[in-house]
Design a protein. Sequence first.
Lengths: 175, 248
Amino acid sequence: MEAAPKAALFEKTMLPHLDAAYNLARWLTRNEHDAEDIVQEAYLRAFRFFDGFRGGDGRSWLLAVVRNTALTWLRREKTAPQVSFDEEMHGPGSETATVEAKLVEGARFAALRNCLDLLPAEFREVVVMREMEEMSYRDIAEAASAPIGTVMSRLSRARQRLQDCVAARMKEASK
Amino acid sequence: MTCVPAKSLLESYLDDELDAAQRVQVAEHLASCSSCAGVHAQLLELRAGIRTHAPYYRAPAGLRQRIQVSVRQADRQADRHAPAFWRWIAIAAAILLAVSAAWNIALFRSRTSSADLIAQDVLSSHVRSLMGVHLLDVPSSDQHTVKPWFNGKLDFSPDVRDFAAQGFPLIGGRIDYVGGRPAAALVYQRRKHIINVFTWPSAATDGGPELDRNGYHVVHWGTSGMSWWAVSDLNVGELRQFENLYRQ
């Protein structure tokens, strides 16, 4: 099947960022099936708005669409557990961490993954974009539709929370 | 630099967002201050932990294809459900035709040079290609795919080059008909602008001033027995920059 010029240009610009789109959606929803649906829907939306794309590598533009689609989905989804970090900190200890406590390194990384999952979505997404996609502050700001200053402070607070959360988990595990 | 400004710059330093002068200042401070160096080390450790052990989820197999199918389907539906769009295209085409007819008459009267005739041909071809009818016969960004594709379709082999590194990625090619003979049309992209480049063997290998028609710019040049014509709505400066890439 031959694609029409608009579709061909869209595919050429946007499909190279499929993994980035999926990874972000997967971390935002914490669920592979939802992530897949969201990415597919986001690509359709992106195609519809493609005339508004102002060039560039397209990744942050596409991620902005993925993010909006995912956030709409998260708001709709009442069942999604919105566990905030603070509740978790003052709540009972995590089973994940205790089960793997014998392997300290293993526990550290299980804790890290778990702590990342527990970050509020707007913190989690900046960590994913900065640390996994290695995006610049400017690109993250575009994708998150937020000023650069906000991106910097979210990133900084997210790192602080992650460090505190991992440290708390490790302390629990060593008890 | 003291600890207070250094700590406030530490994460921008980690994320490589500082200018060279600030970077040096922070690095010097870190070398002499164990407290800040400790904070920096913890941040590095966190980063290493995330990059090594937090999973990067790659798109599952088949998702790419499902997206392609749904996008192309949406594209066809948009064609069907957007009569207003096509009406505008039809109006634009009618205006273009009228302009082109008027232009032809003007040309005829003023016995304009052959370069102008070719420019007009090139421009019409460019506009036709953008109307969504037929832009690419061979959609590929690989010069080694596009060049051989012309084999057997033309009596010459065009010099196909990709300038993706310079910001003019090749997106494909097609056969077109310019100045009464078949020509190779190479299609490039600059941001949202499409550049059509036409080439065919010709003894007239000299270039000339750019021609501006209805908001489009046309530049032409010659290299070793080949005529080259590039047309786009891109500004003349960048179009000339593109020409220079080809001339090199």
